[in-house]
Design a binder for this molecule. Structure first.
Ligand code: ZN
Ligand code: ZN
Length: 452
């Protein structure tokens, strides 16, 4: 028969930050008993079940056996169920978002210092001790997994080994950061003072897991974009932890650095037109679409995601479909745009000047998936290169003659306005004419169309 905890001679006090399972186990252990199987099952249900009534029932049993009903525990495990995935299809891939219930994990150093099992070790993605930076231990040296039913009195394994003497290794910095982020958001008291609020990335634990889930998706797209074959992380791990450094600015910096690296060999393009299947486009779409998750994700994350897109936006089309080449710095872009404007002024004499009012562009800049748009962007890249590498305007004489008639721009127009106007003029011509202009430009620049 199960005896209520109150009936045992020794009644330890719950310590700050102590886990519910750990406290129950300690209570039995202190009295020289093992945790009853029924109680372990109830704890397991409370921690992991998706069935609200089953959790409520388990909670009642635990309360009656322990003689205690902590409001904080009830809030965490019964009401908020913050670590449990919801059974909606979009939650697929979130199997990791469950608390540890049977597998017991400990920090041997914390056990020496406080003698209790901490609730923080039960939370998903806490693989390292946030305080000592070591990996949590879940296996005894005898080879047995640490479990609640197998937990001996005074934190010993079945083999008699004290868990506080188990060896551990320092965790990678990113895993430690992940653990600290979860610990800071959990609001759980720590036996050694409150955790650092600077490590918080969201308002609460649930939102923190939303962010980490979102970052897991970002990591997969980053891997695709960087073209480095890396094994998929089935749950947020080291690579997600890496993005948490200098949060949230660090994430923006890292994505920008990745794209800069990805395009480092593409020095001949000023702008890139990306189709939907392109890994870079998919990555940037993911960032751009984060705005739709405004009710879920914190504002500073959305801001950083937006900043990546804004940084790449060009004056002649919307990002992420059309972007400035990420390999170019802002000053390099500016230099190229300026050199195009200045070089172009030498072509003016051969160009036909339009008297009639400007014709409205026939293909709006938004239709960037068309073949015309590809030719337009390739042509613009080619002209920018011709200007940058100082190809004599004389070579472009025939090109200039067939350029669509236009009113000359004032020489002091800003480089942005200049390229916008250039693009708008190209949008007034037919596909055939556009391809002819492009061919002439290739010829003048001494390149074949395919190499542009
Ligand atoms: Zn520790
Ligand atoms: Zn053992």
């Amino acid at each position: 028969m199960l005896l209520e905890l109150a009936g045992y001679p020794l009644r330890p006090t719950r310590q700050p930050g102590e886990s519910l399972a750990g406290f129950v186990s300690r209570h039995f252990g202190t009295n020289g008993h093992w945790m009853p199987e029924a109680l372990h099952r109830a704890l397991s249900t409370l921690y992991r079940s998706e069935d609200a009534s089953a959790r409520e029932e388990a909670w009642e049993l635990i309360c009656s056996l322990t003689g205690q009903a902590s409001l904080a525990d009830r809030q965490i495990w019964v009401e908020e169920r913050f670590t449990l995935p919801e059974a909606a299809p979009r939650r697929k891939g979130r199997h990791w978002q469950r608390a540890y219930s049977s597998k017991v994990r400990v920090c041997p150093y914390c056990l020496v210092e406080h003698g209790v099992h901490l609730a923080i070790w039960e939370l998903p993605l806490v693989d390292a001790c946030p305080r000592h930076g070591c990996l949590l231990v879940h296996r005894c040296e005898c080879g047995n997994e640490l479990t609640w039913p197998g937990m001996g009195p005074d934190w010993t394994c079945r083999c008699g080994k004290p868990l506080s003497s188990l060896p551990t290794r320092p965790a990678p910095k990113s895993l430690r950061l992940l653990a600290q982020t979860v610990a800071a958001a959990s609001g759980l008291p720590s036996p050694c003072g409150s955790s650092n609020s600077a490590e918080r990335i969201a308002n609460n634990l649930r939102q923190t897991y939303e962010v980490l889930f979102w970052l897991q998706g970002l990591v997969a797209l980053i891997a695709e974009t960087s073209r480095i074959p890396v094994p998929l992380e089935h749950r947020p791990g080291r690579r997600v932890g890496y993005l948490l450094r200098d949060w949230p600015d660090g994430m923006e910096v890292r994505v920008r650095r990745l794209l800069r690296f990805r395009y480092r060999h593409d020095q001949n393009s000023l702008v890139l037109l990306l189709d939907d299947a392109h890994p870079t486009k998919r990555l940037l779409d993911y960032l751009a679409n984060s705005g739709k998750l405004a009710s879920v994700l914190p504002a500073d994350l959305l801001q950083s995601a937006r900043a990546v897109i804004e940084h790449l936006g060009s004056p002649i089309g919307p990002a992420p479909t059309l972007i400035f080449n990420p390999a170019l710095s802002i000053s390099e872009r500016q230099q190229r745009l300026t050199s195009l404007r200045d070089w172009w002024s030498d072509l003016r004499d051969w160009m036909e000047v339009e008297d009639a009012p400007t014709v409205a562009p026939s293909s709006p800049s938004l239709y960037l998936d068309s073949l015309d748009a590809r030719f337009r962007m390739q042509l613009i890249n080619l002209l920018v290169n011709a200007a940058r590498t100082g190809i004599s305007p004389q070579c472009f004489r025939r090109f200039a003659v067939v350029w669509p008639p236009a009113r000359p721009l004032p020489a002091n127009a800003s480089p942005e306005v200049f390229i916008q106007t250039l693009d708008a003029q190209l949008r007034t011509v037919s596909t055939m004419h556009l391809q002819y202009i492009y061919e002439l430009a290739c010829h003048a620049a001494g390149v074949t169309g395919a190499s542009v």
